[in-house]
Design a protein around this ligand. Structure first.
Ligand code: NAD
Length: 496
């Protein structure tokens, strides 16, 4: 990278960086300046065909499909080593591409390496079947087999970390991959492609096709050779992918949107709940699927909590994402900026008091939305029901546990939830009563990689992480039934 100019992004197909078959490109912009960073090869149906064919060939006839597990894991470990070596470059480019503060992209790069290390360990330790002795007549056993070519479609909000969540288990379990990264944040996918080329994975095992969802994405989803699609993105896109994948009976994993509640009871450790609530909505520039965009505060502590929130919002460091001290950067693009600001206008029309921090004057070229509180919000307002995906927290008052559970669940989504209370029984009770895939009690959003990640309701189908990705998604269990003694077989056609 020289003076924020980055080399153009090509497709990575069958071990080579190539232009799109049709020669088309699109511009990639920096959210901090809205200036072009570089050009990106615009993949289409033809490029998807080439990538899928290369991946299928690598799976069926290349060394990957028959490689010994220990050898395959050497490649996975090597990828992790190289990510660690390149971590600072990944963090810089990711920040430039997405507007995420560098202090946060550094952590994401480190987590990306850990995803590969984790799946290397997990597959070696856990990817095994079971054996069932059936008296002295049979032994039945299961083995887990990779699917073949899998399609991975990823969003722009934490591009590198989210794509490693999918690429690491897909490759570690022995599949071959075609990745379609988000068009708004293409850079880090190509760093991974370079790393994979450097690690000398066999050609065709990993491919990247850049391009738009409606063209490259749909071609991947509809391709008959692709066995499964793992998707992270908006709920509406997920629905469309499921419809488009139906004709070829695609297996799908859906990690979708959220509108997660954070509940502060009056007996909570208020200072910690405040830290968690502020971090949970304003980190990742508010573009976070598990963001606590609805904060429910019990009546007796509401005034104190809201006053403290206002102070924090005024003090959040809004700045250049490449500076270490920046806490909040610009949104990904102008279109998303307009969506978020239009929700803030809607909040006023719906009767909220909008309280905002400041964006320093010199930052006017970027897509900055100040840290925003929607005060006096009601759960049935559109701003409390729809995913805004920006640095916007709605604050809703409640009186009783029963009431807050009802409101927390009265939403289409069910991704995450957070409960703050020092009453241990209540903590567990509320955690179990909230309809969401993940709940944190007296904790911010920290996650051990062994634990399943994912949502229910409109937030998704299936789980990523831990052994769930291995057993529920990236492999097929195959049952093998073997007779070890004599057993009765009906003799049709012998008794006339
Ligand atoms: P998006 O749905 O617009 O795009 C995601 C990806 O899908 C992109 O690569 C895009 O090109 C592709 N795509 C779009 N239309 C497609 C189509 N018809 N067929 C195939 N592919 C298509 O999402 P986004 O705006 O990039 O990301 C933000 C969304 O992602 C938010 O809703 C957020 O909550 C969600 N998200 C969810 C999780 C989770 O784990 N649940 C994590 C991060 C983000």
């Amino acid at each position: 990278m020289v003076n924020n100019k980055v080399e153009d992004v090509k497709l990575y197909i069958n071990g080579e960086f190539v232009e799109a078959a049709g020669g088309d490109t699109f511009e990639n912009r920096n959210p901090f300046t809205n200036e072009a960073i570089n050009l990106v090869a615009k993949g289409n149906q033809d490029d998807i065909d080439l990538a899928v064919n290369a991946a299928e060939e690598a799976f069926r006839n290349g060394p990957w499909g028959s490689m010994k597990l220990t050898q395959r894991m050497k490649y996975i470990d090597k990828i992790a080593d190289l990510i660690e070596e390149e971590a600072e470059e990944i963090a810089l480019l990711e920040s430039l591409d997405s507007g995420l503060p560098i202090s946060q992209t550094r952590k994401m790069a480190a987590r990306g390496a850990e995803n590969f290390r984790f799946y290397s360990r997990m597959v070696q330790a856990r990817m095994h079947g079971d054996a069932y002795q059936v008296d002295d007549e049979f032994i039945n056993y299961t083995v887990y087999k990779p699917l073949g070519v899998v399609g991975l479609i990823t969003p722009w909000n934490a591009p590198f970390m989210l794509l490693t969540w999918k690429v690491a288990p897909a490759l570690a379990t022995g599949n071959t991959v075609v990745l379609k990264p988000a068009e708004l944040s293409p850079l880090s996918a190509n760093i991974l492609a370079k790393i994979i080329q450097k690690a000398e994975l066999p050609n065709g095992v990993f491919n990247v096709v850049h391009g738009f969802g409606e063209t490259a994405g749909e071609a991947l989803v509809q391709h008959p050779t692709v066995k499964a699609i793992s998707f992270t993105g908006e709920t509406t896109t997920g629905k469309r992918i499921m419809k488009n994948g139906a004709d070829s009976l695609k297996k799908t994993s859906m990690e979708l949107g959220g509108k997660s509640p954070l509940i502060v009871f009056d007996d909570a450790d208020i200072e910690q709940a405040l830290d968690a609530a502020v971090w949970g909505i304003f980190s990742f520039n508010g573009e976070r699927c598990t963001a606590n965009s609805r904060v429910f505060v019990q009546k007796d502590v509401k005034h104190k909590f809201v006053e403290a929130l206002k102070e924090r919002v005024q003090n959040i460091i809004v700045g250049d994402p490449s500076e270490d001290k920046t806490e909040l950067g610009p949104l990904i693009d102008k279109g998303h900026f307009q969506k978020v600001t239009s929700y803030i206008e809607l909040a006023k029309q719906e009767g909220c008091e909008v309280y905002q921090g400041e964006v320093p004057e010199q930052l006017t070229n970027g897509n900055y939305v100040p840290p925003t509180l929607l005060l006096h919000a009601k759960n049935d307002m559109r701003v409390c029901q729809e995913e805004i995906f920006g640095p916007v927290m709605a604050v809703i008052e409640f009186e009783s546990e029963e009431e807050v559970i009802k409101m927390a669940n009265d939403v289409a989504y069910g991704l995450a939830g957070y409960v703050w209370t020092n009453d241990i029984k209540r903590g567990h009770r509320v955690a179990q009563a909230i309809d969401s895939g993940m709940i944190w009690v007296n904790s911010q959003n920290v996650r051990d990689l062994r634990i399943p990640f994912g949502g229910m309701k409109a937030s998704g189908i299936g789980r990523e992480g831990g052994h769930f990705a291995i057993f529920e998604f990236y492999t097929e269990p195959k049952a093998i039934h073997v007779a070890i003694g004599d057993h009765h077989i009906p003799k049709f056609g012998k008794n006339k």
